[in-house]
Design a protein around this ligand. Structure first.
Ligand code: NDP
Ligand code: PYC
Length: 342
């Protein structure tokens, strides 16, 4: 069998969530955290997001074993009378804190027109689109950013300073899937490089440099060297903005500080997260219908050229997997996930 035809295992949808919960509880996550994390992994796997689906259980397991995580902490939500909500994850994974604070974020965005959720003191390993899509499902536009570990060289540099720093945005569309994008500001997410390593596949050019600062397509050398931002100096500047908005702005760590704080290499990054919500109703002075038409005109012009909107592949994967009631994951991945419970 060639590397591109790796054996696959069929997992019924219920089993995706159940497997994640079993692994997480076996590792020591309390049930509320296991539930919030499993939900995220399920949603990613359902959409065929391989780098941040069940594969991320390895990072969750390593973090619990070797990190400084609290697997049972109850988040503390501080909602003052301003448009800012602060959620202290208290050294747990971010997801329960975000889940607990989300209703308040939505309600404050509707009240003030815009609102921000600053999550502090969290381990973070996950995709961002499920969270911004909760906002678009509520009729709001959502934007989220996080740093990670300092694996990525700034444009013109040779060593890791920045994180893979994802940014996600979701715009509500009536009766349609939202317009959503969610991507690392590095050329490849770290998870993609790890998957290339597992599959024995070379990286494309322009994604990484080795420890001597030379371009490399070898995933192992890339993991040992530094990753590169997408779009040269433009991606680099965007990545720096994410460091600032989800770090110093909310009084939390930058990627340079994350690994030491998390425990050791292999642990999920430890830092903060910012999620912003905007209410089109308030911003447009009630002219939402008119502005919806304008947004749809934009999307129609893009699709009309034969281009696709971001997340279209994901929505198609979700529809297919829901209809057939299962997902497929590499058999080797399934085996290794089961081994986490040995
Ligand atoms: P991808 O490069 O896979 O996708 C980026 C976005 O671009 C997606 O919204 C995708 O939509 C869209 N897209 C891809 N191809 C096209 C195209 N031809 N036309 C239009 N849109 C397109 O994302 P990454 O690998 O960078 O990131 C994957 C996940 O990893 C994200 O969810 C991110 O949040 C997560 N991540 C998390 C980190 C963390 O620290 N927590 C760090 C880094 C990444 P579609 O999905 O439909 O293809
Ligand atoms: O894929 O870059 C990544 C990543 C970092 C933390 C979680 N995922």
């Amino acid at each position: 069998m060639s590397q591109t035809e790796e054996a696959k295992t069929v997992l019924p949808l219920d089993e995706v969530r159940a497997l994640a919960e079993r692994v997480l509880e076996h590792c020591g996550y309390a049930s509320a955290h296991a539930d919030a994390i499993s939900d995220m992994l399920y949603r990613c796997q359902l959409d065929d997001c391989q780098s941040h689906g069940l594969f991320r259980l390895f990072m969750c397991a390593t973090t619990m074993k070797d990190g400084k995580i609290d697997g049972a902490a109850t988040p503390v939500i501080d909602s003052s009378d301003t448009a800012i909500i602060r959620a202290d994850a208290r050294d747990a994974m971010s997801l329960l804190a975000v889940r607990d604070a989300m209703p308040e974020l939505i309600s404050k965005a509707r009240r003030f027109g815009m609102a921000a959720l600053a999550v502090n003191n969290c381990f973070h390993f996950s995709a961002l689109w499920p969270e911004v899509e909760e906002l678009s499902a509520a009729g709001l536009a959502g934007l989220s950013m996080v740093p990670s570990h300092s694996w990525v060289a700034p444009a013109g540099g040779t060593k890791g300073t920045l994180g893979t720093n994802p940014i996600a945005f979701s715009w509500p569309r009536r009766g349609k899937d939202p317009f959503t994008f969610d991507f690392a500001t590095s050329g490849f997410a770290r998870g993609e490089i790890e998957l290339h390593k597992r599959a024995g596949k070379p990286l494309p050019e322009g994604v990484a440099i080795d420890r001597n600062g030379q371009p490399t397509c070898d995933p192992e050398a890339a993991l040992d060297g530094a990753m590169l931002t997408f779009g040269g100096h433009k991606g680099s500047a965007l990545s720096i903005m994410i460091e600032l908005m989800a770090g110093p702005l909310i009084d939390d760590l930058i990627s340079l500080e994350s690994e030491a704080a998390a425990g050791r290499p292999g642990c999920a990054p430890y830092h903060g997260q910012i999620i912003l919500a905007f209410d089109p109703e308030k911003f447009s002075g009630g002219r939402v219908a008119v502005n919806d038409e304008r947004a749809e005109r934009l999307f129609a012009d893009i699709i009309g050229q034969g281009a696709r909107l971001p997340s279209q592949r994901r929505f198609a994967a979700r529809a297919r997997n829901l209809a057939r009631g299962y997902v497929e994951i590499p058999t080797a991945l399934h085996r290794d996930l089961l081994a986490l419970m040995d």
